[in-house]
Design a protein around this ligand. Structure first.
Ligand code: ACM
Ligand code: ZN
Length: 523
């Protein structure tokens, strides 16, 4: 067994070791500006270009007298070095590297991790740390959830109030879905366009594509606090601090999940202008519009929305959203990009087939399964495996590791339609680095293995053994991580306490997270 996560496509372990040191010299056909090692003609590590390999593929041969890497791209070469980093344990130990011959390439082209920065804002340095971790685990898509009801986090020059008003809230919901507790206090943050460019470039250097999500037409309350004319009724509201759950409706609207009007041309003008600015910042050939959890109540009462339904001979509000999505899809296509949306958007009968759907819902969705089995592209983020905001007591690590798209109705012959898998880091209850790290590690290792390693190599016990060997890296990375001993403990005053053990560096802590049990099926 090689101490390597994700496990490689093919490997052969040989006799002996090679001792890597901080002074080992590198000679490379690639620029590799992130690699700090000294360079020289008499190098111990030789990196050669081989155009016959695919984009992310590499070979790594460790012999007793040196190391040879081949790749066709800079990213492939970096992936080989990431493998060497784990095998040599150079940052942990003495650099003794087992001799081996590895041929490696990914299972899926889309190996994603999302971060919700609306509910909590982490900032540029934390995002770069997140990207570094993705890079180490050979993940290549950063899905950046930049807007939602509780905060608009990207500067749009044409609409300055989106950040002047929309990035600030005066209270924050705490303690879980089953409470209405808030803490009062200003919470704010956003990325300038310069910040965004800096992060996109940082990711690019690490082989990571950044896909922005501007959630619409629902989860739009922060935008509507800034520009109330975006709604069916022009109601002035604050950026909500509630995340949902038990809060009663006020004025007949869900303040915490508001929906733009589909019947006003001004909505489209706004969205197109936002897309113009966002597309200029991100070079990914995708644009995520969310599209999840859209309440229909305002559209049902709105004469302008109903007029669109009539004039376009639409069946209902599902198709109204489909009609909206298709207009946005056309616009995004004109910019050379494909639209992505959460799987609810597939309930519309009239949706363009170029749309990429992301399957998240806890329940099986016949529309999603029909879509992927009829040629539609899908990213798999099924709740019980990939909702990393959930506690380990609810969704143990094995849920992630043992994921298979076939369990969600993808027929084997249609696996080619699955672009890949993605972990979702929603942050309603993740308010900082400690919890972020805890919920991420070791799930990111399991995700990485599902996304990268061949399916026939999946082996839980082998993974657990390699994970034990990986654990010293958490300390060197300065990351908290969860251990297995997670349990639900009855509490006389409350429904449940969820106990999670985790490590901060090497200090063993025990914390109580999300004091109230979160019902299954809720996000
Ligand atoms: C989602 O969790 N509403 C995509
Ligand atoms: Zn309307």
């Amino acid at each position: 067994m090689l101490a390597l996560i994700p496990s490689p496509f093919e490997c052969e372990i040989q006799q002996g070791n090679y001792k890597l040191t901080q002074n080992s010299k590198v000679k490379s056909d690639f620029e590799l500006s992130l690699l700090k090692a000294p360079r020289g003609e008499d190098a111990e590590i030789v990196i050669e270009k081989n155009p016959a390999l695919s984009q992310e593929e590499y070979t790594l041969d460790v012999h007793s007298d040196g190391i040879k890497i081949t790749a066709s791209t800079q990213t492939g070469a970096y992936y080989a070095l990431q493998s060497l980093r784990q095998l040599s344990r150079i940052e942990l130990a003495d650099g003794e590297t087992p001799c081996c011959s590895i041929k490696d390439k990914p299972r899926f082209q889309w190996r994603g991790l999302q971060l919700d920065e609306s509910r909590h804002f982490f900032g540029k340095e934390e995002v770069k740390r997140y990207l570094d971790y993705m890079f180490m685990m050979k993940l290549n898509v950063f899905h950046w959830h930049l807007t939602d009801d509780q905060g608009w986090r990207i500067e749009i020059k044409k609409y300055p109030l989106l950040t002047e008003i929309g990035s600030k809230r005066e209270e924050t919901h705490v303690d879980g879905w089953r409470t209405t507790h808030v803490v009062k206090g200003r919470y704010e943050g956003y990325y300038t366009q310069e910040d965004i460019k800096d992060i996109v470039e940082y990711a690019r250097q690490r082989g990571i594509m950044v896909v922005p999500e501007i959630d619409m037409p629902a989860h739009f309350a922060a935008a509507m606090a800034a520009y109330p004319w975006l709604g069916c009724r022009e109601i002035k509201t604050e950026v909500p601090g509630y995340f949902g759950g038990r809060v009663p409706l006020s004025r007949g609207i869900r303040d915490w999940n508001r929906t733009a009007c589909m019947g006003k041309e001004s909505t489209f003008e706004f969205v197109f202008n936002v897309i113009d600015e966002v597309c200029a910042l991100f070079d990914a050939p995708y644009f995520h519009i969310g599209g999840d959890e859209a309440p229909r109540n305002e559209w049902k009462k709105c004469p302008l929305c109903q007029k669109v339904i009539q004039e376009n001979h639409l069946n209902n509000e599902d198709d109204l959203q489909g009609w909206f999505n298709n207009r946005i899809c056309e616009y995004v296509k004109s910019k050379g990009k494909r639209l992505i949306g959460w799987n609810e958007i597939l309930s519309a009968k009239n949706l363009d087939h170029s749309v990429v759907a992301q399957y998240w819902t806890p329940k099986r969705d016949k529309h999603a399964e029909r879509y992927v089995n009829s040629g539609g592209n899908m990213i798999m983020s099924n709740h019980k495996s990939f909702y990393f905001d959930m506690t380990y007591a609810q969704y143990p690590l094995k849920n992630t590791y043992e994921y298979s798209p076939e369990k969600f109705g993808v027929e084997s012959r249609n696996m080619k339609n699955v672009l890949g898998v993605e972990g979702e880091m929603w942050t309603e209850w993740i308010d900082g680095r400690e919890k972020l790290d805890l919920n991420l590690s070791p799930r990111i290792q399991a995700l990485s293995e599902v996304a990268w390693s061949p399916e026939n190599k999946s082996d839980w016990n082998d993974f657990k053994a390699r994970l034990d060997l990986f654990k010293p890296f958490y300390k060197s990375l300065g990351r908290n991580y969860a251990v297995d001993s997670v349990s639900l403990v009855k509490n006389p005053f409350d429904r449940f306490y969820i106990k999670n053990k985790f490590y901060r560096g090497d200090t063993h802590l025990e914390v109580k997270l999300n004091k109230k049990f979160i019902a299954k099926g809720e996000k």
